[in-house]
Ligand binder design. Structure first.
Ligand SMILES: Cc1cc2nc3c(=O)[nH]c(=O)nc-3n(C[C@H](O)[C@H](O)[C@H](O)COP(=O)(O)OP(=O)(O)OC[C@H]3O[C@@H](n4cnc5c(N)ncnc54)[C@H](O)[C@@H]3O)c2cc1C
Length: 428
């Protein structure tokens, strides 16, 4: 979660460069998304987002109606997840979501079909259907949007969406328990405990450690583990992948764009500046002049290597194509977060590829010896990628570790030394 004050001096707004939605709330007396519970508890201002009912469509000649194709892509995604659901009880091996789409009859060819598919898939998973497990993406989607609800609530809270974490922490954490702005450089583990060395050389000694760095940080060796993490752990870390999801914010002196909440732009290149959202909308911050566009995966990594000025110029050129009759003013403000290059993140959230097997998942979650434990969104079997996955993993692993400590020690969670079992992802 990362909130940022964005805009010129007399028109500053708190925008979310990281997580922005409570994804799935609750259906009747069914299970509730714990993030929704926290948001309610701390009075975070949320507004329902119309993902599917408030979308304008464009191509490089301006407004272009491909709503039928867009509606078809919703059906294609539903079919993808339904067919995956039907396969799991038969325990067939996993495949990529691209294979799943093809087997369930969807083979996008035109740029409109590709843009519409992107909106359903890449815009959610931060990765392409080729890079993603068919079964896991379907289960992950269903676990959130069928088990909780189909609702997506956008935080419009000017204290920042992160308020729900900070306000909750105020209830039990004291300043002596938290060390802010401290970067961990090394984690030394022995039979007796853990010694953590910070970048400034300070050392923290503990009986146990719970490590919640992102999967990307673990993959990039930004923190040195001594002794090195065992082979089974390293294999698990490198079999899961980290998606990147980049929101590029622009503030203009006036609004010249669409009245809907979202817009979809079909470029000749799949994933080139496809999904646009306005915050200058009666439901959000009317009059703010803020528009943002989201890119993901390889395209995110591409723009992270470019200068701000070059990215800005590309975006203004796309806007020129989308709105040929408007005079596009110079943006007053411009920002995007470079998640992949940031050594504290190395991407946005994890994504389950077809080569990541159930036993890898268990190994990613398992502790190393008794002393070093792991949690975070990537270790969540049901809700990887989401805030509620990060939250529930912190809670589950934290409680398991507390029981272990109370009991005077334990072996912890099971792992397998060698992954041999290719049975597909399943959720009890
Ligand atoms: C752009 C974007 C949009 C998203 N949108 C949504 C959304 O709308 N809804 C939703 O449910 N989820 C969304 N997510 C996903 C959600 O934000 C994550 O799943 C969740 O925040 C992960 O929490 P975490 O605690 O596992 O990891 P993180 O939030 O990555 O926390 C890990 C912490 O470890 C710290 N750290 C890393 N390395 C070190 C080090 N060496 N020393 C000290 N500290 C270190 C980091 O600074 C960070 O604070 C989004 C994420 C991004 C990036």
């Amino acid at each position: 979660m990362m909130s940022r004050s964005f805009g010129v001096e007399d028109s500053k707004w708190m925008v979310e460069v990281g997580a922005n939605w409570v994804q799935g709330t609750q259906t009747e007396a069914g299970p509730a998304n714990p993030i929704w519970e926290l948001a309610k508890k701390h009075n975070v201002s949320l507004h329902s987002s119309h993902y599917f009912g408030s979308v304008s469509t464009y191509d490089d000649s301006g407004p272009f109606d491909f709503q039928d194709t867009f509606q078809q892509s919703i059906e294609n995604f539903d079919k993808l997840t339904a067919v995956a659901g039907a396969r799991v009880p038969n325990r067939l091996v996993d495949m990529t979501a691209r294979s799943g789409y093809a087997l369930s009859g969807s083979r996008p060819r035109s740029r409109y079909e590709m843009a519409a598919e992107y909106y359903q898939f890449d815009w959610e998973f931060g990765a392409t259907p080729e890079e993603t497990s068919w079964l896991a993406s379907s289960w992950a989607h269903n676990n959130t949007f069928l088990e909780f609800s189909r609702e997506n609530l956008l935080s419009v809270d000017q204290r920042g969406f992160k308020t729900l974490i900070q306000a909750e922490a105020e209830g039990f954490l004291t300043e002596q328990q938290v060390r802010l702005n401290a970067t961990v450089a090394k984690v030394y583990t022995s039979k007796k405990g853990v010694v953590v060395t910070l970048a400034d050389g300070a050392e923290i000694t503990a009986n146990y450690a719970l490590c919640t760095f992102s999967l990307g940080v673990l993959q990039h060796d930004d923190v040195k583990f001594v002794p090195p993490l065992p082979a089974w752990k390293q294999e698990a870390i490198h079999s899961m992948s980290m998606g990147t999801y980049t929101k590029i914010f622009l503030q203009f002196p006036e609004n010249f764009w669409f009245d809907t909440e979202m817009a979809l732009y079909a470029d000749h290149e799949r994933g080139r500046y496809p999904v646009w959202q306005t915050l200058d909308h009666p439901a959000f911050f009317p009059g703010c002049g803020i528009l943002f566009v989201t890119v993901t995966g390889d395209f995110s990594r591409r723009i992270e290597s470019m200068s701000d000025a070059a990215v800005r110029a590309e975006i203004l050129s796309v806007l020129g194509d989308m709105f040929p009759n408007a005079t596009i003013p110079d943006p007053l403000d411009f920002y995007f977060q470079r998640w992949f290059s940031d050594p504290l993140f190395r991407g946005s959230y994890s994504n389950w590829p077809a080569n990541f097997l159930s036993e890898h998942q268990g190994n990613l979650r398992a502790n190393v010896d008794e002393r070093l434990w792991f949690a975070g969104e990537a270790t969540s079997k049901k809700w990887f990628g989401y805030l509620h996955g990060a939250y529930t993993e912190g809670e589950d692993i934290g409680l398991t570790l507390a029981e272990c400590i109370k009991g005077g020690g334990c072996f912890g969670l099971e792992h397998v030394e060698r992954v041999r079992n290719a049975l597909p992802y399943d959720v009890e």
